[in-house]
Design a protein around this ligand. Structure first.
Ligand SMILES: [Ca+2]
Ligand SMILES: [Ca+2]
Ligand SMILES: [Ca+2]
Ligand SMILES: [Ca+2]
Length: 503
């Protein structure tokens, strides 16, 4: 089904002529302006641009949904409404809401000091599987800005954080924790920017929530950028199972206030006392506050990759074991020896790389690409990176030059963090005679589809992608991006470690 969202309102009346985000998210029936039956796989397209302000939860429990922000003439931004009480997430899959694709939207929650809640996540994946988050700008969370609990999921090309950190509505007066995967398995985290926080730059607690012996999880973490985490750029724990992680060619740079004490990429927490979990951590080409790579950012030296890792307590170091082919701790491998620089870490059942090798660049180009392309940067009528993302990208590009963003304190309000997007619509809806989501002009231009026949679900060229996804992927320029896009980012980069001393 294709919901052509024609109203920014947060309403759900089947016959009012308005098709809303809530109706698409909840898979509700619509009768006018055209009929959509309830509880079906669906595409959420946007004929409007601007803020969608949610006044109550809109949980995605019906599986198979593609939320396509790239169809909007100018872009959409999800925000927390003043009547949303108790506060919960904005975009949220749960209770069977598997198979979501979320692309090219902004999710900026904002402060809610009048409604204390520990659930203020702009995006939460709540024990769901098969999820793609691509080119999303997710910020201003009061719990995390991105909080996935998912299996078989990809988080890529997104801008994550900052949170609303100070007296913003969390039970803690200071809660500045950006990105936490807890738990997860078979996850790719690539080409993202995670920025400006105290804790949880990229934190991983792999496995499953209801922990049992032999539980494990894998994550591939490559070509990401983190900037300005004062206390914890990343962590990896065994709180949910054995961890297989590949950290490849990431860039983690200091901000103005970063403290060296606990700030590693990652800190390894071995707190399991029952289930004999272990670690296999492959690290290659990561440029961090403590590691340099020959040839990247003008470096003439390479540091041992193990130098970026830390064990918070002597107990963590002592309890950290390797892991065998069954996912069970192997304590013949101990401590720093779980960090290895030779072999791709593959969880039981994983027999091949979980990525295309050419999708990974060196760290310097990875930073250039993320700065050039991350976030909700495309709309129906062309590039549309908003004022908020522009500000943060510029801040990273110049991060070795004052004035520094959040030099003295992290933000407590959206206003202190650059405000919301100022979205200007670039046009109205396009003629789409058959209401299949593909405009007449596109259907005529490419001739594989018929502008007078509802043929969104057909696959005219037989490549496995239905026609409507051909249209949406065309808007997202996928044809360019996955051949000649990775590695093509241009623009200025800061000096190594933003010009600040190594920890
Ligand atoms: Ca309606
Ligand atoms: Ca059409
Ligand atoms: Ca058609
Ligand atoms: Ca096709």
């Amino acid at each position: 089904m294709v919901y052509k969202i024609n109203s920014l309102e947060d309403s759900a009346v089947p016959g009012d002529g308005k098709i809303t985000y809530r109706e698409c998210a909840l898979a509700l029936a619509v009768t006018t302006p055209y009929a959509i039956p309830a509880n079906r796989p669906r595409y959420c397209l946007f004929e409007v641009a601007g803020a969608i302000i949610l006044q109550s939860p809109a949980p995605i429990t019906q599986p198979h949904i593609y939320i396509a922000g790239q169809s909007s003439p100018g872009g959409v931004e999800f925000r927390l409404g003043a009547n949303y009480n108790p506060v919960d997430s904005l975009i949220d899959t749960r209770a069977g809401g598997n198979h979501m694709i979320l692309r090219y939207v902004r999710t900026r929650l904002g402060e809610h000091p009048d409604r204390i809640s520990n659930n203020g996540d702009p995006i939460r994946l709540n024990d769901t599987s098969d999820q793609i988050i691509d080119h999303v700008s997710t910020m201003f969370g009061t719990d995390e800005s991105l909080n996935p609990n998912c299996r078989n999921c990809t988080i890529q090309w997104s801008i994550i954080g900052p949170n609303m950190c100070i007296n913003a509505g969390h039970t803690s007066s200071v809660h500045c924790k950006t990105f936490f995967i807890n738990p997860g398995n078979n996850i790719t985290v690539a080409h993202n920017i995670s920025q400006h926080g105290q804790f949880r730059g990229i934190n991983l607690g792999l496995g499953i929530k209801q922990r049992v012996a032999g539980t494990f999880g894998q994550a591939d973490v490559f070509n990401n950028v983190t900037y300005h985490f004062t206390d914890e750029t990343g962590s990896l724990s065994d709180q949910n199972g054995s961890a297989y992680v590949n950290y490849i060619a990431n860039v983690a740079f200091r901000g103005p206030n970063d403290k060296p004490v606990s700030n590693f990429f990652p800190a390894i927490f071995a707190r399991d006392t029952v289930d004999a979990y272990g670690f296999n951590v492959y690290m290659k080409d990561n440029v961090t506050q403590r590691t340099r790579v020959f040839g990247a950012f003008g470096q003439i030296v390479s540091d041992a990759q193990q130098a970026s890792v830390w064990f918070p307590t002597a107990d963590d170091l002592a309890k950290t074991c390797g892991v065998n082919a069954l996912g069970v701790a192997d304590c013949t491998i101990k401590g720093y020896d779980v960090i290895q620089t030779s072999f791709y870490a593959a969880a039981p059942g994983i027999t091949a790389l979980q990525f295309e090798p050419w999708h990974i660049t060196g760290p310097e180009q990875a930073m250039r690409d993320a700065l050039a392309f991350a976030g909700a940067d495309l709309c129906r009528d062309g590039p549309c990176r908003d004022n908020v993302d522009e500000m943060y990208i510029e801040d990273i590009r110049t991060c070795d030059r004052a004035p520094y963003l959040f030099d003295t304190s992290f933000p407590g309000t959206a206003a202190q963090a650059g405000g919301y997007a100022q979205i200007m619509p670039t046009g109205g809806s396009l003629q789409d005679t058959d209401n299949d989501g593909m405009p007449d002009s596109w259907e005529v231009r490419f001739r594989n589809t018929n502008p007078n026949v509802w043929d969104a679900n057909e696959d005219a060229d037989g490549d496995g992608y239905p026609n409507i996804e051909e249209y949406l992927n065309f808007l997202a320029r996928d044809d360019l991006r996955y051949a000649g896009f990775i590695g093509s980012g241009l623009g200025a980069l800061p000096a190594y470690n933003c010009g600040r001393a190594m920890f």
